[in-house]
Design a protein around this ligand. Structure first.
Ligand code: PMP
Length: 300
């Protein structure tokens, strides 16, 4: 925090902090996976996460004094200093730290902090029951979903709580125009006639790193092309398979949407094989992807 490594309980933010009152910050969620055989924690696609953080910063007029590579370095050092030899979740936050009253983006000072904590599964990965949310996804001209903006997560929280309080596991949000957008913290894929379909970038989605990973793995390993396009709500009901994906959710097959069974109501073959492959890749068990996407934390 503020350029120093400090115990988490000393990492305090003032009650007057701009970002606390106005949500004027942006963040990332990055996973590190423990590989028992290599006695190593691998950060998955950390560089791409930090490149996205810097793009979010640009949108929010936040400047932090680090490059993406320096942020990766800071991350590996934090996990090393914590002595973490387990699955971890890193949460970098770049935020407006000025202690002022006044809602704006310009001429407000910025700060950066990063935490790393142990983490298992974020959502059920054995078959999610989802509901289409009555809350619409925020539009690019309201709060751009393309940036991972703290305040925007109120939109996600409305959707997630509504879904859970109605007995579902997760929400699927639509755009203002009524097209499928994404989950509260996950991108969404459909399998239809052996093809992958996912909402196009202009459907007010966060351009997920897991989404990109899925697109690349599906093509390289299974020769499956992904169509990025507008998707209607009722396409969900008749898809052969659906899965959500994200750093937290990983790859989470959906078995029900709005009380309609997806396929035969069980994890489908494409979701299953992508999930199996994904877990191998993120844990650094596939050398060709390890070299490209996994950053080792501990010195070997
Ligand atoms: N959409 C939203 C709204 C999210 O919060 C996340 C999680 N960061 C995702 C999609 C998935 O993004 P990623 O795969 O980069 O974690």
């Amino acid at each position: 925090m503020n350029g120093e490594f400090i115990p988490a309980d000393q990492g305090v933010i003032s009650v007057r902090t701009h970002a606390f009152a106005y949500g004027t910050g942006c963040f990332e969620g990055i996973r590190g996976y423990w590989n028992e055989e290599d006695q190593q924690v691998y950060l998955f696609r950390a560089r791409e996460h930090y490149e996205r953080l810097l793009r979010s910063c640009k949108t929010l007029q936040i400047s932090i004094p680090y490059t993406a590579d320096q942020l990766v370095e800071i991350s590996t050092e934090l996990v090393r200093r914590n002595g973490q030899k387990e699955d971890v979740y890193l949460r970098p936050v770049a935020y407006k730290d000025a202690q002022i009253i006044g809602v704006r983006l310009h001429e407000v000072s910025d700060a950066f902090l990063l935490t790393a904590e142990p983490m298992g599964n974020y959502v059920e990965i054995g078959g999610l029951r989802c509901g289409v949310s009555s809350w619409r996804r925020i539009d690019d001209n309201a709060i751009p979903a393309r940036a991972k903006i703290c305040g925007a997560y109120v939109n996600s929280a409305f959707a997630k709580s509504e879904a859970m309080q109605n007995g579902f596991d997760e929400a699927i949000m639509l755009t203002n125009e009524g097209h499928v957008s994404e989950g509260s913290a996950e991108n969404i894929f459909l399998v239809v006639n052996g093809e992958l379909i996912t909402p196009a970038p202009s459907e007010n989605i966060l351009l997920g790193i897991t989404r990109d990973t899925v697109i690349q793995l599906a093509q390289r390993e299974f020769g499956m092309i992904t169509r990025e396009r507008q998707i209607d709500r009722t396409e969900l009901y008749v898809a052969d398979e659906i899965f959500l994906c994200g750093t937290g959710a990983q790859i989470a097959p959906v078995i029900e949407v709005d009380h309609r069974l997806i396929g035969d109501g069980k994890t489908g073959p494409v979701g299953q094989k992508l999930q199996d492959l994904y877990f191998d890749v993120v844990r650094g068990k596939r050398p060709e992807y390890r070299d490209q996407w996994c950053t080792p934390v501990h010195s070997s």
